[in-house]
Design a protein around this ligand. Structure first.
Ligand SMILES: [Zn+2]
Length: 57
């Protein structure tokens, strides 16, 4: 079963980045290095603005 991806906007530098909804490790912003998502054992906790959900194909 595929998970979803989220397009997240970093609240620090406004970089937009695709984050896997069930990330198993921390996801950092590619531009400024801020943590965008924290793994919680299942669904990743995303602390920034989610612009849209992108269904995996
Ligand atoms: Zn950033």
């Amino acid at each position: 079963m595929a998970g979803s991806y989220y397009r997240v906007r970093c609240s620090d530098c406004e970089n937009e980045q695709i984050v896997f909804g069930k990330a198993a490790s921390e996801v950092a912003c590619a531009v400024c290095g801020t943590t965008l998502a924290v793994p919680t054992g299942g669904k990743a906790e995303i602390e920034h603005e989610i612009l849209e959900t992108v269904e995996a194909r």
